[in-house]
Design a protein around this ligand. Structure first.
Ligand code: NDP
Ligand code: 2IT
Length: 444
């Protein structure tokens, strides 16, 4: 058995109840095979893969809080500090009822390679809770966030571990968490990113993941002799990533005709009205039925279905495992040219393979959605130098980072004879820097 296969078998045995984590590890290790095989003795002696798949530490804690009726509620909090070989742990906090150890571990594992790809000094981590902010009052969300940080504050810090937003965690939640951290530690430091602009947040962080996705997608298209102008795009999700991906795509001359949420989806052949979408989702925190009610050209459908719509470019921006094999077949049959992931691991492994085998340009989230965390790292830099940069300055840096990521993953794939396989390219390029740092730092 090869070293990769041995480690994969051990990971499967040890983490059998964590399917998302296994999926993420399988994707990465399979594509690292040529790199590992080229140096198998060294990696085996160093137990490098065993160290890479085992988090530095996992913190799991009780989060009690009081709801508006005076009832005590109890949630579970998580922080997985996966790898800090190249910088302090960095990664978002997901607040969603589906959160469990396996989901946080898959996200933390992906984050190691994504953060490495940004070229900035950040390690990999992720956190969250099974708390559902949907339908909660601001006071209830604050009560939860304060309780969450009352435990988490012991383990984080500007040079230790810097959480940020993810599903269910936006500016409101980060604000409450920051306030509680400050109160408990008396430190005014860049311990969280995605902060409000009046207290250390960075301009363009809110837009960064979606904008970054489109900067990379445009570069990908350009390198294949195409432009964004006139392209039909299907976007899934209607949260932070989806909204700003749709906005930037339209600014680039494409037409975005779909968005979705966990109950249904919109087909708007005239093109999504971004200002209306923002009003419905960011201001009212309402369902997409409200978008459809206010927009005569929009059709609302219950359930899932975004990938049935004919498009040139598909941008999954909601959550993991939301684009299946049958969706991939539909996209190919409809002539789709490119799939670039805004979410983390939205495409299943068999769907990914089908898209790649059928000539669709496919870029995985750890490369294409890295603009969010990259801009978080820029927020950390601004906090350290106690300055704030203009929107244009941050946005220009973000654009260059995404262009660099595309070329780095393209080069890495070519170096190992897998031209056009951007999944392999992303995993290899992300891995090389982390592996070199781990070996240089000895057994730890
Ligand atoms: P938001 O909470 O802002 O939005 C999430 C969107 O996805 C909502 O429209 C939500 O619908 C939908 N969604 C969430 N869970 C499900 C589900 N189980 N089934 C169907 N739809 C679902 O999150 P973000 O936009 O921040 O995150 C979206 C994705 O992008 C995630 O995979 C996240 O990890 C990833 N990501 C986020 C970054 C960031 O900076 N925020 C950076 C890089 C990646 P509903 O409102 O009905 O729940
Ligand atoms: O998945 C991700 O990269 C994020 N949710 C953003 C993490 C961050 O630290 O900005």
């Amino acid at each position: 058995m090869s070293y990769v296969e041995e480690v994969l078998a051990k990971v499967k045995e040890k983490n059998a109840s964590e399917p998302e984590f296994l999926q993420a590890v399988e994707e990465v290790l399979e594509s690292l095979k040529p790199v590992i095989e080229a140096n198998e003795d060294v990696y085996r002696r160093e137990a490098l893969l065993e160290r890479l798949v085992e988090p530095d530490r996992q913190i799991k804690f009780r989060v009690p809080w009081v709801d508006d009726k005076g009832q005590v509620q109890v949630n579970t909090g998580y922080r997985v500090q996966f790898n800090n070989a190249i910088g302090p742990y960095k990664g978002g906090i997901r607040l969603h009822p589906s959160v469990n150890t396996g989901i946080i571990k898959f996200l933390g594992f992906e984050q190691i390679f994504k953060n490495s790809l940004t070229g900035l000094p950040i390690g990999g981590g992720k956190g969250g809770s099974d708390f559902d902010p949907k339908g909660k009052s601001d006071r209830e969300v604050m009560a939860f966030c304060q309780s969450f940080v009352s435990e988490l504050y012991k383990y984080i810090g500007a040079d230790v571990d810097v959480p940020a937003g993810d599903i269910g965690t936006g500016a409101r939640e980060i604000g409450y968490m920051y306030g509680q951290y400050k109160r408990l530690t008396n430190l005014y430091e860049g311990v969280l990113t995605g902060k409000g602009l009046t207290y250390g947040g960075s301009l363009a962080r809110k837009e960064a993941t979606g904008y970054g996705l489109l900067y990379l997608t445009r570069e990908l298209m350009k390198c294949h002799g195409q432009s964004m102008e006139g392209k039909i795009c299907c976007v899934s999700g209607s949260g932070n990533v989806a909204i700003y991906a749709a906005q930037k795509a339209q600014q680039m001359g494409a037409k975005v005709v779909t968005v979705s949420d966990s109950t249904g989806w919109i087909y708007d052949p005239e093109g999504i009205d971004i200002e209306l979408l923002k009003e419905v989702k960011e201001v009212k925190r309402a369902r997409l039925t409200e978008y459809a009610a206010a927009r005569p050209s929009a059709q609302y459908h219950e359930g899932r279905g975004v990938w049935q719509i004919k498009c040139d470019i598909a941008l999954p921006c909601a959550t993991q495992n939301e684009l299946f094999l049958e969706d991939a077949k539909q996209l190919v049959a409809n002539g789709c040219t490119a799939v670039c992931e805004g979410a983390n691991m939205p495409t299943t492994l068999d769907a990914t393979k089908y898209l790649q085998d059928n000539g669709v340009l496919f870029v995985c989230g750890k490369a294409s959605n890295a603009g969010g965390v990259a801009t978080s790292a820029l927020e950390m830099t601004q906090n350290s130098e106690r300055l704030s940069w203009t929107f244009e300055e941050v946005d220009a840096k973000l654009e260059q980072i995404m262009i660099n990521i595309y070329h780095n993953i393209d080069d890495a794939a070519k170096r190992y004879g897998m031209e056009g396989n951007y999944v392999a390219g992303a995993n290899i390029a992300g891995f090389e820097k982390v592996a070199t740092a781990m070996i240089a730092q000895g057994v730890c």
